[in-house]
Design a protein around this ligand. Structure first.
Ligand SMILES: [Zn+2]
Ligand SMILES: [Zn+2]
Length: 566
């Protein structure tokens, strides 16, 4: 009798030999001992072993490779004009509101070299409006250097990724989360997917379904088309599926990626049959790219978050197999350190500016509790800030977290503060988005956070929220912190600022940044921030920004000049 130490709990025809070979070595449950060669050799067996609903993936993949000539394509360079959606920078989550498109990507070019494991993207974009670290889609990080040169470069080599602002810009290492995404982008396209399916560990599986067109776009359809779906693993982490039609053309390649705000986050590229062109040697390549980040759900049937279109364009100049490979990893990128850095400063009695990265938090100490303004970036950032608050004000719980606005780089730590029991003070316009999409019980499998792993029982019913309409006061009877609604703004709806009357300090996000020199003329945000303070009759000596160092109120007065009210 063969005894199974494995976790399958049932006879596995592929594993029998392996169990014999290994039983003397290990008594621990494991599935890793299934030899890869046996899995790959299984395609002939598979037809009779497959469960209902499943198909043998290999004939589907072979036909798809033949249809587009994947075996003749070693690397590719594409060129054209694209667009970029700023994921997480929406003015409001509402029906039919998309990620904002700030500037087009002109003279976009991308070289993908699957053999070398490298990708180079480059484009032109007007300077001044975007972080230089931001390519398109996810990864927007306020408070970081703003793009200076019109020509931008983004590179990946294996696990390393970096950007360069202009031809002569110094290479700047991308944080691990961005590096993983950019690497994934090299594989989430038709040829890349087929090549990835052949890498050991991809474990392709296939299924089928009937598909109808999209409501409001394709017109009424009564007869669906039968499609196959092949699913593979990439990098041992991402389950990626491709929808393949009856002509064996890949139309949609889809996966999930981790996002600090939204958890397992929908991520997909689509290509229509009509957009493939013949580039010789039996190779066909799509010229129309269309990408979603977040669900393509205009009607908020499934979620409140509105945005979806994150990248796309027409890239119709395509060159096969001529890929100069300049993508050598610079030493500075290899050695980059992304460990969390905390610097705290007591800027007034019991008021601490906690910085050390792109976004500050401000801790305000009350008689027997602490209120923190802003939970930016992600859980790792929030945990080091929380530990610092505990050190600065020992024995006092963080009772409140004041959230300025709903841009994703400002809310990546909300779940962490919820985990430690803080009540979140936010504008009421943000409440539906937070409760449905962000602060929920949904499983997060790619990067589980603390709420996902250990949810409290009262996530939906506990005292976790104060919704502010116009103003709100946090007080212990001695110290007051007033919280006010700031509007109207082009930047976002549902913006709050905090005001400490005794210290004449106002704490704000994105209304007056000081990590960059002031612009030549005031923005809509500068003017409306100034007008709000004037309308409320507040005495302000110091502005404490989430991005940058504290600055005197007179700096804003000087910038706004005659543009402010009376
Ligand atoms: Zn910001
Ligand atoms: Zn913002």
């Amino acid at each position: 009798m063969i005894s199974f130490y494995g976790i399958t709990g049932r006879r596995n025809v592929f594993a029998v030999g392996a169990v014999r070979a290994y039983r003397t070595q290990s008594r621990r449950p494991s599935v890793a001992w299934i030899p890869l060669s046996m899995l790959f050799a299984s395609s002939q067996l598979a037809a009779q072993e497959l469960e209902p609903g499943y198909l043998d993936p290999w004939p589907i993949l072979h036909a798809a490779a033949d249809a587009i000539g994947t075996d003749n394509l070693r690397c590719v360079t594409i060129f054209g004009t694209g667009y970029a959606g700023a994921v997480g920078q929406q003015t409001l989550n509402d029906k039919n509101v998309d990620w904002p498109r700030i500037d087009p990507l002109d003279n976009y070019t991308r070289t993908m070299n699957w053999e070398a494991g490298t990708m180079l993207e480059s484009f032109e974009r007007p300077p001044g409006n975007n972080p230089s670290s931001w390519k398109y889609g996810q990864g927007w990080l306020g408070g970081t250097p703003v793009q200076q040169d019109s020509r931008q470069f983004f590179m990946v080599n294996g696990d390393y990724a970096w950007h360069q602002d202009g031809e002569d810009g110094a290479p700047v290492a991308a944080p691990p989360r961005d590096a993983a995404l950019w690497q994934l982008d090299m594989w989430i396209n038709p040829h890349g997917f087929i090549k990835a399916a052949r890498i050991p560990g991809a474990y392709p599986r296939a299924s089928w379904r009937w598909e109808l067109g999209e409501m409001g776009r394709d017109g009424p359809t009564t007869m669906p088309e039968k499609m196959t779906v092949v699913s593979i693993m990439i990098a041992g982490k991402y389950r990626v599926d491709a929808t393949i039609n009856k002509e064996s053309m890949l139309q949609r390649i889809h996966t999930w990626v981790p996002d600090p705000v939204l958890g397992d986050f929908n991520y997909e590229h689509e290509f229509t049959n009509a957009s493939y062109i013949n580039i010789g040697d039996g190779i066909r390549f799509p010229t129309g790219w269309h990408s979603h980040q977040g669900w393509d759900d205009n009607y908020q049937a499934q979620n409140i978050n509105a945005g979806h279109n994150s990248f796309g364009g027409t890239f119709d100049q395509i060159q096969a197999n001529e890929c100069p490979d300049p993508v050598t990893v610079p030493n500075s990128v290899r050695e980059a350190d992304f460990s969390a850095n905390v610097e705290s400063n007591e800027i007034a009695d019991g008021i601490y500016l906690i910085g050390g990265t792109s976004h500050n938090s401000v801790a305000v100490e009350f008689e027997d509790f602490v209120a923190v303004v802003e939970a930016p970036i992600d859980e790792a950032r929030s945990l080091v800030v929380i530990e610092e608050v505990v050190r600065l004000a020992p024995g006092k719980p963080i009772r409140f977290l004041v959230n300025t606005h709903q841009h994703h780089d400002h809310i990546g730590g909300l779940r962490t503060y919820m985990h430690i029991g803080a009540t979140i003070i936010t504008h009421r316009l943000n409440y539906p988005f937070y409760t449905r999409d962000v602060l929920n019980y949904d499983q997060r499998t790619l990067e589980p956070d603390m709420v996902s792993m250990w949810p409290p029982t009262e996530l939906a019913e506990g005292y976790f929220y104060e919704q502010v309409t116009e103003n709100y006061i946090v007080s212990d009877g001695e110290r007051n912190m007033n919280i006010y609604y700031v509007h109207p703004l082009d930047h976002v709806q549902g913006m709050l600022m905090a005001y400490l009357p005794d210290e004449e300090i106002v704490i704000e996000a994105d209304l007056f940044d000081t990590h960059v020199p002031p612009p030549a003329s005031p923005s809509n945000a500068h003017i409306n921030f100034y007008n709000t303070v004037r309308r409320l009759g507040l005495e302000v000596g110091t502005i404490v920004p989430i991005h940058g160092s504290p600055a005197p109120w007179s700096d804003l007065v000087e910038l706004v000049g005659d543009a402010g009210a009376e």
